[in-house]
Design a protein around this ligand. Structure first.
Ligand code: ATP
Length: 235
């Protein structure tokens, strides 16, 4: 199996808090993986480790075969990350924000790509506006554009639907299915069990830093997942 994300025996501590405890998880290339779990379960911590923004206390993570400790820069070139922080510059326009990231990634034909992506996320008519006055959902649309601008092979999404209106939610869902069709890998953290289940090939449940369940999404329905989630996240 070709693994896009391979997490082996990974623990992350913050002082006396063990945010993640001995996680083992493999996400195959081209898979949409949904990670569920209550507040404080360790989901964002795990995403940050995969994104090379933080290092495991022990264990190892490989992204497309590259170890996150050894070559984080190489990994960052090939991932897109939508996190709680939009990682956008308020003083720049929507277009300037994308141009900044596009140059950072050394993208060819940048203007064409920016046009295309602004259309996809529905911000073409606001491209010349500085984003400090953008609504939360508009910023989230731009954060999505920034995350996929450079055609990343792996997309890491931390509650990406938050703040989006229904039209932007369906845009994002179709972006995810489109990227999957291109063979890209998507790791999606969400509290929305139904949406996660609809999008994902596989799912996991994280509880108190431990991966308490991991399975294919094919053989489980929404209400069954709800019951499983409640069982697995109750002491
Ligand atoms: P939520 O659903 O609320 O976003 P989460 O599952 O993403 O939660 P994390 O943000 O990963 O949870 O936090 C897991 C645990 O690690 C929590 O107990 C949190 O307080 C702790 N933690 C996370 N980051 C840090 C940090 N930088 N310093 C100290 N503790 C941290």
């Amino acid at each position: 199996m070709n693994a896009a994300i391979d997490i082996q025996n990974t623990t992350r501590r913050f002082g006396h808090i063990t945010a993640l405890q001995d996680i083992n998880l493999t996400v195959p290339t081209g898979c949409v993986f949904a990670l569920f779990g209550p507040n404080g379960a360790g989901k964002t911590t795990l995403l940050r480790l995969i994104a090379t923004l933080s290092k495991p206390s022990s264990g190892d993570i490989w992204v497309n075969g590259i170890n996150t400790r050894r070559n984080p820069h190489e990994i960052r070139k090939n991932i897109g990350f939508i996190s709680h922080q939009t990682m956008l510059y308020d003083d720049l326009t929507a277009r300037e924000n994308l141009a900044f990231y596009g140059r950072m990634y050394g993208l060819q034909n940048l203007n064409i790509r920016i046009e295309e992506i602004l259309l996809t996320v529905g911000l073409k008519n606001r491209q010349r506006d500085r984003i400090h006055k953008f609504s939360r959902g508009m910023k989230q649309r731009l954060a999505i554009a920034r995350a996929i601008l450079h055609h990343p092979s792996t997309l890491l999404l931390d509650e990406p639907f938050t703040g989006l209106d229904t039209s932007a939610q369906s845009v994002l869902s179709s972006i995810i299915t489109g990227l999957k069709a291109e063979g890209r890998t998507i790791f999606l953290v969400t509290h929305d069990l139904a949406r996660g289940l609809a999008l994902a090939d596989r799912f996991g449940i994280l509880f108190q830093g431990q991966l308490v369940h991991e399975a294919s999404s094919k053989d489980i329905g929404e209400s069954e997942l709800q019951t499983l989630y409640e069982t697995k996240t109750t002491l």
